[in-house]
Structures are given as structure tokens and as C-alpha cells.
Design a protein around this ligand. Structure first.
Ligand SMILES: [Zn+2]
Length: 374
């Protein structure tokens, strides 16, 4: 079914164009919708009654295609509606669906015969609820008016620990102690704000970097936050800095930092190649791009939250990139360098409970502002 609103010819020149539309069934009874476009799509989702609308900006409709609809999905029909240079894919549903969580949205790069593909997996439920089970429970209990919402899982990683002290300030403050103290406070506050928080280490223990990433995988975390404190050859250098994973460092300083943080593993007896290899295979297939985008979004918001709390920022860009081993997983996340232990005034500050609380408040804000669902 194709409903195309009249569009004046030559009225706009959309950069992107629709190539194909198809649906399928995924394990767990999920419906999959695939929207194929010529270039990388920029999209938003809305949920009118019994519909899902995918709005693609700067995209031209394509009246020449007929959607391929698989049987047994929640999709009754698909339609296109053009308004200016915005294209809406209107998904008419057999049943209401739960809001599509970000983890169920993939943006795939072109490969073989395929162009860019926006892939959405969804289940029946009440809009606003994020799991089919939660939605069913609500539907059966007529007295309840609000749908129970999923608790997002956050894994907080206090860097270093045990035989690895991390960097040490002139006053003897050890990175591993500062970040553990902040991590414990952070878990308390995140839990109080309705998140389900796990620590990679709750005490002064040594953990390999791959093990930290593996904990995030095992806990099926929605977000991974690795806490560190910095040291710089220049004792005048101070301020926080925020990093996401990239195989190529954004600058020389970021590269050096990643090397220093990754060196923690050289203390361990075994390497982490096997886990890394598994992750690389998993990531190369589908999610790499989606994870990177979500991490970038979180990191940008985190930098904003720190600045809003007037926490000193290290000169440079809000978000930097480097090949941090601890961030190699399928979980979006960032590495936060909370400040410089090599700077004597910041070393004193990082030890105080008041400043740690301020850091925790900024991180909690960044998690609350992060858009887990689209
Ligand atoms: Zn560190």
C-alpha cells in the first residue's frame, strides 16, 4: 500500500532517497523493519495509535518500490508520505507496539547489494513500555494505569585496582582509590534514580581490561562508564576529559593516554586477545556503527553535564577518541578522566567528598539525560 501526498516538482532536492522497504520475523517473535536508503539516514520515531512512524529528514519518497511484507509480523501495511524534504514511513500495525529501544535499532553500512539500512526490531506492547512482558502484565491488570518501565542497566568501572594503583599524585593519592570512592557513590545515586547499577569491582581488586568489558556484556548493560584520573608531565595541567573508543586516536595526547591506560593489562599474566577477537567479530558484522554513535551521544552529554556543574575542563575538544581496550565491547560507553592527580590543587580536590559528590551529580545527570530509547 502506497499513499503518497502530492508533491510539487522541483520544489526541493532531497539529499537522500528511499531504496526499499521490507519486514521480517526475528527470534523471540520480534518484527523487523528494514528501511534501505541511498545515503546514511537521519531519522526520528513516533508512535501514533496503532502506527509507528519513521521520519527521515532530507529524503525523497520512491513510488517505484513495493514493500516486501513477511507474514506473521506486526506490520499490516507500509506507506510513504512526503512533506517538503521530509519523508515519513508510516507503519500500520496489527497491534500496538512497545517503544523501540535504541538497542533494537541498527544502522548498517552498505555491503554487497545493500545500501544503508535502518533496521528496527520491535514487539507488541503498550507504547512507553519497553518490554513485551511488562506491556502484557499491564494489559491484564486493568487497574494499573502506568506501564512498568524497564530498569536500564549501567555498569560503572572503577579503573585499576589491586596491584595496579593507576597514577599517583605528588601527595600520594592513588588513582585506584579515588575512582573506587567515586564509583561507589555513583552506584548509590544511580540506583536511587531508578537505574540498575553494577560495579566491575567493589573493592581494591585487580581486574583485566577485557574482564571489565566482559562484565558489561554479561550484565547486558545499556551503558558502560569507566572512571579514571589523569596524570600529565605538566603539573599545571588540570581538568576532566572524556573519551570514546576509536581505533584511531583523535590526537597525540589521547593516543598517549590510551597507551597508559591500556598498559594496566601488562601487569596481568594473560592477554585479552580472545575476548577482543570475539567482540571484533560481533561488532564488525552489525553494531559497530550504532555503538559508536550512541557512545558519542552519551560522551557529548557527559561533557555538557560536567561543564554545567562548573567542573574544570582540560583544554581541548569535549569528546576525544582513542583505542581504549576497556571500551571494546558491544555496550555503548565512555571513559571519564575525572581530573589530574598530577596537579597538586586538583589532587587535593579529588580527595574531598564534596568534589566527589559534585562529579557524581554530573555523571548521574548525564545518565538521566541520555536517550536510551529513540
Ligand atoms: Zn586510569
Amino acid at each position: 500500500m502506497l499513499a503518497l501526498t502530492a508533491l510539487p516538482r522541483m520544489a526541493f532536492a532531497a539529499r537522500n532517497s528511499l531504496r526499499s522497504l521490507r519486514t521480517g520475523v526475528q527470534p523471540g517473535g520480534k518484527t523487523r523493519l528494514v528501511i534501505e536508503t541511498a545515503t546514511r539516514p537521519s531519522y526520528s520515531l513516533s508512535y501514533p495509535t496503532n502506527q509507528l512512524i519513521v521520519t527521515l529528514s532530507n529524503t525523497a519518497a520512491n513510488t517505484g518500490i513495493s514493500p516486501k511484507l513477511a507474514s506473521g509480523t506486526l506490520v499490516k501495511s507500509l506507506a510513504q508520505a512526503q512533506a517538503g524534504d521530509t519523508l515519513q514511513i508510516i507503519v500500520n500495525l496489527n497491534k500496538p507496539i512497545a517503544q523501540v529501544p535504541k538497542s533494537n535499532i541498527l544502522l548498517l553500512e552498505p555491503n554487497g547489494d545493500n545500501d544503508y539500512r535502518l533496521v528496527l526490531d520491535f514487539v507488541a506492547g503498550t507504547p512507553g513500555a519497553t518490554s513485551a512482558t511488562a506491556a502484557t502484565a499491564t494489559a491484564q491488570s486493568s487497574k494499573k494505569t502506568t506501564a512498568p518501565t524497564k530498569k536500564y542497566v549501567i555498569v560503572v568501572d572503577a579503573g585499576h585496582g589491586g596491584k595496579d594503583p593507576g597514577c599517583i599524585g605528588k601527595g600520594g593519592t592513588r588513582e585506584k582509590d579515588v575512582v573506587l570512592s567515586v564509583a561507589r557513590k555513583l552506584k548509590k545515586q544511580l540506583d536511587a534514580n531508578g537505574f540498575q547499577t553494577h560495579l566491575t569491582r567493589a573493592g581494591d581488586t585487580y581486574l583485566k581490561l577485557a574482564e571489565r568489558a566482559a562484565i558489561a556484556e554479561r550484565k547486558k548493560a545499556d551503558l558502560f562508564i569507566s572512571l579514571h584520573a589523569n596524570a600529565n608531565p605538566s603539573r599545571a595541567m588540570k581538568g576532566f576529559s572524556i573519551y570514546t573508543l576509536s581505533e584511531k586516536a583523535s590526537d597525540e595526547e589521547a593516543k598517549k593516554l590510551a597507551e597508559a591506560e591500556n598498559a594496566a593489562d601488562k601487569i596481568g599474566v594473560e592477554g585479552f586477545t580472545e575476548f577482543e577477537e570475539n567482540i571484533r567479530i560481533a561488532l564488525s558484522s552489525l553494531q559497530q556503527h550504532a555503538v559508536a554513535e550512541m557512545s558519542e551521544e552519551y560522551a557529548t552529554g557527559a561533557a555538557r553535564a560536567f561543564k554545567n556543574k562548573s567542573i574544570t575542563q582540560q583544554p581541548g575538544p569535549d569528546v576525544r577518541h582513542a583505542p581504549f581496550a576497556v571500551l571494546r565491547s558491544t555496550v555503548p560507553g565512555a571513559l571519564l578522566e575525572l581530573g589530574h592527580l598530577s596537579n597538586s590543587s586538583e589532587e587535593k580536590l579529588l580527595k574531598t567528598s564534596a568534589h566527589q559528590d559534585k562529579l557524581v551529580a554530573a555523571i548521574v545527570k548525564s545518565v538521566k539525560n541520555y536517550n536510551f530509547d529513540v
